[in-house]
Design a protein around this ligand. Structure first.
Ligand SMILES: Nc1ncnc2c1ncn2[C@@H]1O[C@H](COP(=O)(O)OP(=O)(O)OP(=O)(O)O)[C@@H](O)[C@H]1O
Ligand SMILES: Nc1ncnc2c1ncn2[C@@H]1O[C@H](COP(=O)(O)OP(=O)(O)OP(=O)(O)O)[C@@H](O)[C@H]1O
Lengths: 221, 221
């Protein structure tokens, strides 16, 4: 089981510490607010009240024994940076740090930290994408501008067969699977073939270049 | 173009307001902190300083003209709830609200809000998953326990051909694509066939039931 330390028991750090513990990791939770430590101590292996900008206090916890340390201090930018710097000085083998905004991210990168978490920005991007493109339910980006995307079957393909739509021949897209709505929710539709006819509410999962996916959506809007 | 209002210009709300504006939506940014409004006003269509718990102030902005209102107040739970309640009373057609923790989420659901954002929890789950299962790079969950997953090719399949590994015959998995490392990064590997031999650092994107994917990873660890 991995030994992980999480510094900063706010919403983000607290959730990470709890999820990791549920999944079987040995977690040391650190915060300088005693109330936060009181609230988390039953949900993790160890919880200790200390100021993570205090190098000796961190060292006394044998922080370098950790497989990784996750720094989740949010609002106090200076404390996050100083903590990260101290962890590097102590020789912690793997440091994952939270940044709020591109300036903080750049500074961390300059320090050689390449595992950076930006929960607010990451989810904000997804929310903005979903509000702008409501037909796109899920998206996995891949190299070379390829994507796997789950979308509502666009209007102009409803009532047509897969053979007639010609995803591969006309759009250079691969159909991974079809999800069809039934009374208790969506189900994977067995083995779609050329005769499978798309109906309203169908969701299709397709693989291909982003520009061909966009073209498919645009043409069949 | 959609008309959207975002209330609460913290890290999360500010990022949503900016991303939406970049994507062409008409955004009204609201915050009761004048400095926050000063900082955002050049990045959105409209920015106004007002207290969102003041029903008449919101009404004066014609908030019901909005296609959607996103409530991004974080730390002040009472203000987030009261704002959400007021938006419902005014008859805003679509409300998306932020929750911090399951208690807040439950209260919003009881109010009939079903579009709830939990950026810290959502990313915390992904981080905990990645730290626990480092071979899994990306994952898209689908109905009926199906998944699309991007993983490092497990040790025991390196040096073997796809035909020999038998993803479909032995594991009931479909290979969507293969990503191979080159000097400038990963690339989609054209058309993998039975003779394609997997090498160290290869990433495979596969589709199948979660338990068969887990079995494939376990057997070939
Ligand atoms: N020097 C420090 N040493 C230890 N803990 C710290 C230190 N500075 C801040 N913290 C803790 O980090 C936690 C998270 O930081 P803070 O609440 O400032 O950010 P936040 O952006 O509100 O976090 P979140 O979004 O995760 O709720 C708090 O519980 C705080 O007590
Ligand atoms: N009643 C209110 N009316 C308008 N704006 C408000 C109100 N209450 C809080 N806000 C604003 O909401 C924004 C975000 O809230 P806050 O900073 O408390 O939460 P946060 O958890 O730190 O946010 P984030 O994680 O997004 O940075 C702040 O800019 C704050 O000024």
């Amino acid at each position: 089981a991995q030994k992980l330390a999480v510094i900063g028991m706010g919403q983000f750090g607290g959730a990470i510490a709890r999820r990791l513990t549920e999944k079987g990791s040995e977690v040391l939770a650190i915060d300088n607010d005693e109330e936060k430590i009181e609230a988390i101590k039953d949900d993790v292996a160890y919880a200790v009240t200390l100021d993570s900008t205090d190098k000796r206090a961190l060292d006394a916890q044998n922080i370098t024994d950790m497989d990784a340390v996750v720094v989740c201090i949010g609002a106090n930018f200076q404390a996050m940076l100083l903590t990260t710097f101290i962890l590097q000085e102590l020789g912690v083998k793997r440091i994952i740090a939270r940044a709020q905004g591109s300036t903080q991210r750049c500074i961390l990168e300059k320090m050689g930290i390449n595992e950076i978490l930006q929960p607010e920005e990451e989810v904000a991007n997804n929310v903005a994408e979903q509000l702008t493109n409501p037909g796109i339910l899920m998206c996995m980006t891949l190299p070379d501008d390829f994507e796997i995307i789950e979308i509502k079957a666009p209007k102009a393909v409803l009532g047509r067969t897969l053979g007639d739509i010609g995803l591969r021949e006309k759009y250079q897209l691969n159909l991974i699977t079809l999800l069809r709505k039934s009374e208790e929710g969506y189900h994977i539709q067995g083995i779609p073939d050329a005769h499978t006819q798309l109906v309203a509410d169908d969701l299709i999962v397709i693989f291909g270049k982003r520009k061909y996916i966009d073209r498919f959506i645009e043409i069949n809007r």
